[in-house]
Each structure stands twice: as C-alpha cells, then as structure tokens.
Design a binder for this molecule. Structure first.
Ligand SMILES: Cc1cc2nc3c(=O)[nH]c(=O)nc-3n(C[C@H](O)[C@H](O)[C@H](O)COP(=O)(O)OP(=O)(O)OC[C@H]3O[C@@H](n4cnc5c(N)ncnc54)[C@H](O)[C@@H]3O)c2cc1C
Ligand SMILES: NC(=O)c1ccc[n+]([C@@H]2O[C@H](COP(=O)([O-])OP(=O)(O)OC[C@H]3O[C@@H](n4cnc5c(N)ncnc54)[C@H](OP(=O)(O)O)[C@@H]3O)[C@@H](O)[C@H]2O)c1
Length: 247
C-alpha cells in the first residue's frame, strides 16, 4: 500500500494558458517508465489526490509531471498556484501497466498520445528499452493547437539521438501547420495519412501500439485498430494494443 510523503516543489513551468510541468523533490520507491503516481493537496482539511504519469525516466530526479488545468477541477485549479518551496503530497509508490515490460516484442512500436498523455511516453523514450527492443519507434502526439505542442526540445533531442529508428508525428486538430498532420489520430489511420507519413504499415504481425490520454481517442483508435485485425493485449491473451485512459 502507498503512503503519503511530503515533497517539495522545486520548479513550476507554465507552457501555455492551461499546460504546466511541475517538478517535485520527494522520496519514491523505484518505478518503471510509463507508470503514474498519486499527487495530493490538503483542501479544506481533506486530502485530495489524483494520479499523474511521471515524465522523468526512473533514473532521473526531480519527479516531473505534466498537467492541464481543468476548468473548476478540484485539484488542478489549486496546483496552478504552487510555487517553488511549497509542500505537496506524493504517494510513496507508482503504479500502472503501461510499461514496456508488459508489451510483447514486435518490429515497430507506435506510441499514440493526446494532450498530457504524451508524458509517460517521454519517460519511456528516455530509457534504453524501446531502442533495444524495436526496430522503429513512432511517437504520435495530438493536440488542439500549436501552442499546446510542448516538450519539442526534448523530442528533438531524442530524434537527434536515434535517427532512422525514431519518427515523430505531431497532429493539430484545430489549426493547420506545414509540419503537423491535421485532424484526429483514428481518422488519419482510416484514410492512410498516418502510415504514409511514417512510411510503414500498421498490422498485427509487425506492430505494438500504446495509447494514452483522452478516453474517446483511446476508444476510437482501439476500434479502428480492431478493424485492422489488431486486438487488446492481455497478459494471458497476447495482442497488440496497450492503453491508459486519463479520465
Ligand atoms: C492513470 C491516470 C494517469 C493520469 N495522468 C495524468 C497526467 O499525467 N496529466 C494530467 O494532466 N492528468 C492526468 N490524469 C488525470 C488527473 O488524474 C486528474 O483527473 C486531472 O488532473 C484533473 O484533476 P481535477 O481534480 O482538477 O479534476 P477531475 O475532477 O479529476 O477531472 C475533471 C474532468 O477533467 C477532464 N480531464 C481530467 N484530466 C484531463 C487531462 N489530462 N486532459 C484533459 N482533460 C482532462 C475530464 O473531463 C474529467 O472528468 C491521469 C488520470 C489517470 C486515471
Ligand atoms: N486546449 C485548450 O485550448 C483548452 C483551454 C481551456 C480549457 N481546456 C480544458 O482542458 C481539458 C483538456 O484539454 P486538451 O486539449 O488538453 O485535451 P483533449 O480535449 O483531450 O484534446 C486533445 C486532443 O485529443 C483530440 N481528441 C478528442 N477526442 C478525440 C477522439 N475521440 N479521437 C481522437 N482524438 C480526439 C482533440 O481533438 P479535437 O480538437 O478534434 O477535439 C485534441 O486534438 C479539457 O477539459 C478542456 O476543456 C482546454
């Protein structure tokens, strides 16, 4: 069982009107890239906690979470006020099965995220595992507008480190640009734009897919992939799709 540790905010970065990264110094048990940890504040005498994916890889500190301010959200509307030096509660253990140890081997690993769902994939991409186990790794990062396409510097560093092996495909749904695909992930799978951009096909024989973020995206993408002959991965019934819903 997890207990609460008292952590300290060491940095709070605002990326856009609603997006923030929070850096926290806190004890935590060893974790795997892709896992989430509960973060909490005491609000009106009650501990209000929510799960957040860790963006930092397991061997790096401070702890880093990426969050979006949800209008009237009980926790996020308070998180936005935190300053360096403030206390924050952090669960002692991280959890979650969206980790590469749970994903079967394949030729290609597709990481598909909306919004803050990119966080756990950044952690995974900063470890050695994806590069040792997959010939190609494709990060798909879908947001509404260009100002919400964040962590570009880190993604460019990964691109520079693994040229040829790593592909990055951004999506904008409410703006157009000369480099991102327009619209939503499932539609771009159906109409072939996603695979055309990656230069490889998704099929059950060569692909493992990880999905993270908006539950409607997870559901629609899952259904689209099932139409292609892929299926949900279960420990005792191996498949190709591993997913985490954020709400
Ligand atoms: C396993 C897991 C991991 C998560 N990791 C993250 C993370 O890394 N970053 C993060 O920002 N959130 C993450 N969440 C969501 C997070 O736990 C909170 O729900 C969120 O921060 C809002 O908290 P709140 O108390 O302000 O509002 P809540 O009452 O918790 O949520 C209110 C509503 O906000 C919307 N919402 C919640 N989270 C998001 C989101 N991330 N993007 C868009 N809309 C959202 C939903 O419509 C939800 O019903 C995760 C959730 C789960 C289950
Ligand atoms: N982003 C903002 O400007 C903004 C501003 C203030 C408040 N908020 C609040 O912040 C929260 C999070 O917003 P967010 O933009 O980070 O997350 P989001 O609403 O999950 O959107 C992220 C991306 O997921 C896409 N998406 C949504 N449903 C999908 C589906 N069924 N299939 C495939 N893709 C899908 C969106 O496309 P679509 O654009 O086509 O939906 C968008 O590109 C929301 O509660 C929102 O109300 C956001």
């Amino acid at each position: 069982m997890s207990t609460w540790n008292v952590g300290k905010v060491v940095e709070h970065k605002q990326w856009s009107k609603t997006l923030y990264s929070l850096y926290i110094k806190s004890d935590i048990e060893p974790f795997e890239a892709g896992q989430f940890v509960k973060i909490a504040l005491e609000i009106n005498g009650e501990v209000v906690g929510r799960p957040y994916s860790l963006v930092n890889p397991p061997d790096s500190r401070p702890l880093e979470i990426l969050y979006v301010e949800v209008p009237n959200g009980p926790l996020t509307s308070r998180l936005v006020n935190l300053k360096p030096g403030d206390n924050i509660l952090v669960a002692s253990r991280a959890h979650g099965f969206m980790i590469l140890d749970e994903v079967p081997p394949a030729k290609n690993l597709w990481l598909m995220a909306t919004g803050t769902g990119v966080g756990p994939f950044l952690s995974i991409l900063m470890t050695d595992k994806p590069w040792q186990h997959y010939e190609r790794v494709i990060l798909i990062y879908a947001v509404r507008t260009l100002s919400e396409l964040i962590y570009q510097e880190r993604i460019m560093q990964i691109l520079a480190k693994y040229p040829g092996q790593f592909s990055y495909i951004p999506f904008l749904s409410r703006e157009t640009s000369d480099f991102a695909l327009t619209g939503r992930i499932p539609q771009a799978i159906i109409d072939g734009r996603l695979e055309a951009r990656a230069g490889i096909k998704i099929n059950a024989e060569n692909s493992q897919i990880m999905l993270c973020g908006n539950p409607q995206m997870v559901k629609d993408t899952n259904n689209t992939l099932i139409e292609r002959g892929l299926k949900k991965h279960r420990r005792f019934e191996p498949g190709q799709i591993t997913a985490e819903n954020y709400w």
